[in-house]
Design a protein around this ligand. Structure first.
Ligand code: ARG
Length: 572
């Protein structure tokens, strides 16, 4: 298919002197109002170079372009050249390409031979996996899918929070007040209760803190009993996390978390010292970052134990040495902005020239309608409960709408739609924005929601089923585009055409909401097309063209949903 922007730049370049083709390419706009054309070229910038009034320049360009066969019409309006493309060729090119590429439409090979690491989810062992964790988990999984679609080799890492002094406390608490069966039955709730109990008791018995420190040192030294307990806590917690990952159909290539780096740190502590970056401060070791307007970073405590940031330094170097990444992406809450600023600055000071290939992708807070969450006060909403609740509610809605549905299918759809609703809700906001979790919004089938998009996809599938396999096969072979040049068909074609660029942009900006917004636009445009046009008409040629268009819309929506980690049921 022709790349229209490139083509337009080629056509305009010889008409204006003093402007590079590349610059022209960047100046081409897509007007918000389709009355102003499919593409527009503003001439303000040219006035200086050409020493002419912008409308006059626009007029000259419009005249120069009017013969080109990619256009139906070219107009000058004030300082703009408004271009209307020849709809038949355009829609034919787009629809044929989408249907030929099928599941690959939207993919490209930009990233060939390059490895991108996406680190996401990364919960802390023995702590609740709550609604807040959905953000990193789902945004990260979607970014990974997007980079995959852009042709990169993607490595998905779950940097588990499975190390640190709190494990000393947990072991002490378990030995004193613990019960094996309770941990097996409900690992996270039980371990958390030990942790809370430890803090309560330690207020009156400060010697517990010393005991915990000593226990952690034993763990660090790899002593058998402590290591086995820690390993057990970790395994039991992971079982619980994995239940949620399974529900979301999210996978990782590596669970190398903080503990993985526990024996890899001395090298970096030494390196920081050798490079003269570290100084002693009351027995602890710190890196001063005053020159960068950042507070000092604590590398080792006075008892020699390392910290979160030390492990992140080791992890970055390990990842570079292991995967030779092109980019190393961390999808972590904006509360950790300072941590990542310090960390990247230290990597740079250490002289790693790839430091800036590490990217922190932050996101805002999620809160509940009833106020903020608090682990300590027990105001926690477990992610697993939210997902189960969404499936449950969807099941009820489906039962109401379609009481005779086959129970097995209904169950499958409830899962796809219920979980999809939560996921889409997560991905339809700019990630940096804080938001309030609301059931009413998430499960609304009419609004700009996951269920709406999935429902639109199912509607397209249903039209294709009614058309019949033969008609669909024929539509793939070819069609007469003159039947699909109406305004709503043209708008839909334009959105399908833009999808590959939209995916690229979402990758560059680490912003899945760019994809979700576009998929909503496609769904709305499709519904308008469906509303405006009679699709399964008697005229075979007309029907074939329209079925081809429906198929293309279906393919694009399905591919988009996949990038958002959502299922696309064919019936709803
Ligand atoms: N476990 C951390 C937390 O729950 C997030 C880890 C983020 N990743 C990293 N490499 N520091 O807050």
């Amino acid at each position: 298919m022709i790349n229209y922007r490139e083509k337009i730049a080629d056509l305009i370049a010889p008409l204006v002197e003093g402007l590079e083709r590349e610059e022209i390419l960047n100046m081409i706009e897509t007007p918000a109002d389709s009355k102003m054309g499919d593409f527009a070229f503003p001439c303000f910038k040219l006035a200086k170079v050409l020493r002419k009034a912008p409308p006059l320049i626009a007029k000259g360009i419009a005249e120069g372009l009017s013969g080109a066969d990619i256009f139906a019409k070219v107009e000058q309006v004030n300082a703009y050249v408004n271009m209307f493309i020849a709809r038949e060729d355009f829609v034919k090119g787009v629809v044929e390409e989408v249907n030929a590429a099928d599941a690959d439409y939207g993919k490209c090979e930009d990233g060939e031979g390059k490895t991108v690491i996406v680190e996401y989810s990364s919960p802390n062992i023995a702590k609740p996996f709550h609604i807040g964790h959905i953000r990193s988990t789902v945004i990260g999984a979607s970014i990974a899918k997007i980079y995959d679609a852009l042709g990169y080799d993607v490595v998905r890492i779950n940097h588990l929070g499975d190390y640190g002094t709190q494990f000393g406390k947990m072991i002490v608490a378990y030995r004193r007040w613990g019960n094996k069966q309770d941990v097996i039955d409900e690992p996270i709730k039980t371990l958390l209760s030990y942790y809370t109990k430890f803090h309560e008791e330690a207020e009156n018995h400060p010697e517990l803190e010393d005991e915990a420190r000593a226990t952690f040192t034993k763990l660090e030294n790899g002593e058998k009993e402590e290591t086995e307990l820690w390993q057990w806590f970790r395994d039991e917690s992971l079982k619980e996390f994995n239940r949620v990952y399974d529900m979301l159909d999210i996978k990782f290539d590596s669970y190398a978390g903080e503990s993985f780096y526990s024996d890899k740190m001395p090298r970096f502590v030494k390196e920081l010292a050798d490079k003269g970056l570290m100084e002693e401060d009351e027995g602890a070791n710190i890196v001063r970052l005053d020159d960068y307007n950042l507070p000092p970073a604590l590398i080792t405590k006075s008892d020699g134990s390392t910290l979160y940031i030390t492990r992140d330094i080791a992890a970055a170097v390990y990842r570079k040495e292991t995967y030779d990444f092109y980019k190393n992406i961390y999808v972590v809450a904006s509360q950790q902005n300072l941590h990542f600023q310090q960390w990247i600055q230290i990597l740079e000071l250490m002289g790693y020239e790839w430091a800036r290939d590490c990217v922190h992708v932050p996101f805002g807070l999620v809160s509940l309608e009833s106020g903020t969450m608090s682990t300590r006060e027990g105001r926690v909403v477990f992610l697993e409960d939210v997902l189960k609740g969404a499936v449950e509610k969807t099941r009820e809605i489906i039962k109401e709408k379609n009481p005779d549905a086959d129970p097995e299918t209904a169950e499958e759809i409830s899962r796809a739609v219920g979980i999809g609703a939560v996921v889409f809700n997560e991905l339809s906001n700019y990630r940096i924005k804080d938001y309030v979790f609301s059931w009413d919004h998430v499960l609304n089938f009419e609004g700009e929601t996951g269920p709406y998009v999935q429902y639109t996809h199912a509607r397209a599938c249903s039209i294709l089923r009614n058309a019949g396999e033969d008609a669909v096969a024929a539509a793939k072979e070819g069609f007469d585009p003159s039947y699909i040049t109406g305004d709503s068909a043209h708008r839909l074609a334009m959105l399908l055409y833009e999808l590959p660029d939209v995916i690229r942009e979402a990758g560059e900006k680490y912003e899945p909401s760019i994809v979700s917004r576009h998929i909503i636009d496609i769904a709305q445009a499709f519904n308008k097309f469906y509303h405006d046009e009679h699709i399964l008409v008697d005229n075979e040629e007309e029907k074939k063209a329209k079925v081809a268009m429906v198929l293309a819309a279906r393919n694009a929506i399905r591919n988009g949903l996949d990038l958002l980690c959502m299922k696309a049921p064919e019936k709803m």
